[in-house]
Design a protein around this ligand. Structure first.
Ligand SMILES: N[C@@H](CCC(=O)N[C@@H](CS)C(=O)NCC(=O)O)C(=O)O
Length: 336
């Protein structure tokens, strides 16, 4: 297995080796079928977390089974707590090598395994959620949200691109930087983007307005880990998530929905990051804090519906009222 790659002290993410596509019509050779594909994840991994959220939101539990790896990895990579019921493997690496005996990259989650051909179809993490949203639509529950609606795709793709580089991967670029300059570049881009998102979320409940989309599913796993891991362990410490009133309320609003909190495992997240990067945390001590009240009311369901233009004074005032109402409710709740 090759080590992480760096260029001029900058962390460079490896290219995804397995990029075949599952399609509704089967034209790719991998038809979307119930029970055929297995998803491999870690609760610790933000890229895998998204696939779990989407699987939950679309109620694909019975359609795509999942195997969860132990949060702690050694040099052999991700390990399953017991032999994987589908492949009989103990390590994720066995799936990679079975699919390509010359594979030399890192064995990453999330990935999808085809039980029919007994090989990995994809470890292309952005594609996995899109595939579940579009190619598996025949299997979605009747009340499932459309996370990637046709008319919003250009806007979703555009914001995802910025969020990927500056936020999702930005925290890794800061945390894994091997030069001061690389760290500062990532740090500055990260907080400039968080500032922009803070403004955007002043008048919109979700990134694209009043409905959850793929863009929220991509942002949430980074934000939910922010104060527990990235702020300290990855040195992303200009501000904490809780210092951004809108971003913090937005993250809580999502967390309070079952698809988000049932897939968030702080124990796995904290043990994974603090115990598997010994160069960043040589003592292996896992911090006990921070204390975060994920249950505090948010008032965000009061925000105006989707606005595509800059908010006017009316919306800003309504948003301020909603925030004030939420704060009053939170104060009331903390008294009882
Ligand atoms: N497939 C992507 C993203 C997925 C990813 O980075 N997953 C991490 C966990 S968050 C992983 O499985 N890493 C295994 C390793 O580095 O050995 C990549 O290779 O960069």
């Amino acid at each position: 297995m090759t080590a992480q790659e760096f260029r001029d002290g900058r962390f460079v993410r490896q290219a995804n080796r397995f990029t075949d596509k599952i399609t509704a019509d089967g034209s790719s050779g991998y038809p979307a079928e119930s029970g055929r594909y297995r998803l491999y994840v870690s609760y610790a991994c933000p890229w895998a977390h998204r696939t779990l959220i989407v699987r939950h939101l679309l109620r694909l539990h019975d359609v795509i089974g999942v195997t969860v790896a132990d949060p702690i990895r050694d040099e052999r990579g991700w390990r399953f707590p017991k032999d994987d019921p589908v492949t009989g493997s103990r390590f994720l690496s066995q799936l990679y090598v079975a699919s390509d005996s010359s594979y030399e990259g890192r064995y990453t989650v999330p990935c999808l395994w085809d039980t029919r051909t007994r090989r990995l179809v994809t470890n292309d993490f952005p594609q996995i959620t899109l595939t579940m949203e579009t190619e598996f639509s025949a299997y979605h529950s009747a009340d499932a949200p459309d996370l990637y609606p046709e008319e919003l795709r250009p806007e979703i793709d555009e914001i995802n691109e910025v969020i990927f580089h500056n936020v999702n991967n930005g925290v890794y670029k800061a945390g894994f930087a091997r030069s001061q300059q690389a760290y500062e570049e990532a740090f500055d881009a990260l907080f400039a983007t968080l500032d922009e998102l803070e403004r955007r979320l002043a008048t919109r409940r979700y990134l694209l307005g009043d409905r959850i989309t793929e863009a929220d599913v991509r942002l949430f796993p980074t934000l939910v880990r922010f104060d527990s891991v990235y702020h300290g362990h990855f040195k992303c410490n200009l501000r904490r998530l809780v210092d951004y009133p809108n971003l913090w309320a937005y993250t809580r609003d999502l967390y309070q929905q079952p698809s988000f909190h049932e897939t968030t495992n702080f124990d796995h997240i904290k043990r994974h990051y603090y115990l598997t990067h010994p160069h960043l945390n040589p003592t292996g001590i896992v911090p006990k804090g921070p204390a975060l009240d994920w249950t505090a009311p948010t008032g965000r369901d009061q925000l105006a519906p989707h606005e595509t233009t800059e908010p006017g004074a009316g919306e800003a005032a309504r948003a301020a009222e909603a925030v004030a109402a939420a704060e009053a409710a939170a104060a009331e709740a903390s008294r009882t």
